[in-house]
Design a protein around this ligand. Structure first.
Ligand SMILES: [Zn+2]
Length: 161
């Protein structure tokens, strides 16, 4: 069983403010985010995964600490990526996890809610419905026939998912 994990950051453990995404706060949050990813990897293997691919998918896409990442997983780090947050996914995977994800721009009190790039994107609609990164990336997974099995973020994101 092959599991694909797309890892954003704003919905990671301990992240509640843009200050957490800068300077010393950022260094701390990279460590916590890597622990979130390790929990997802451990869950995947406990459930029978034989292969886990992790895609670092926030900002510069260099947030996950490879030296602290569960060594059973493979990591895609850095950018540019044609499929951005879904780089490396193909139809050979059995399930997708989204870790560290966040609600779409304007979705109530979602922690650090935004869509793609907060300074430029105010709203994206698909078939008339407002969507965020979770729905957009689930659509990419769906195009490959791969179901989304786990979404990790705050309570607003969970309702959105
Ligand atoms: Zn992000």
């Amino acid at each position: 069983m092959k599991i694909y994990i797309s890892v954003d950051m704003e919905g990671g453990t301990g992240i509640a403010s843009a200050k957490h995404m800068r300077d010393a706060g950022y260094t701390r949050m990279c460590k916590l985010l890597t622990q979130d990813v390790n929990a997802a990897i451990a869950g995947a293997f406990a459930a029978g995964a034989t292969e886990v691919l992790v895609n670092d998918a926030h900002g510069s896409m260099t947030n996950i600490l490879i030296e602290e990442l569960d060594e059973r997983a493979s990591l895609i780090s850095g950018s540019n990526k044609q499929l951005l947050q879904m780089e490396g996914l193909d139809a050979s995977f059995d399930a997708v996890f989204f870790v560290g994800y966040h609600a779409y721009e304007g979705n109530a009190d979602g922690v650090m809610n935004h869509t793609i790039y907060g300074g430029a994107v105010t709203e994206i609609k698909r078939n008339g419905e407002v969507v965020g990164e979770t729905a957009i990336n689930a659509g990419i997974a769906g195009a490959y026939g791969v179901p989304v099995a786990l979404v990790v973020g705050d309570d607003v994101l969970c309702r959105e998912a």
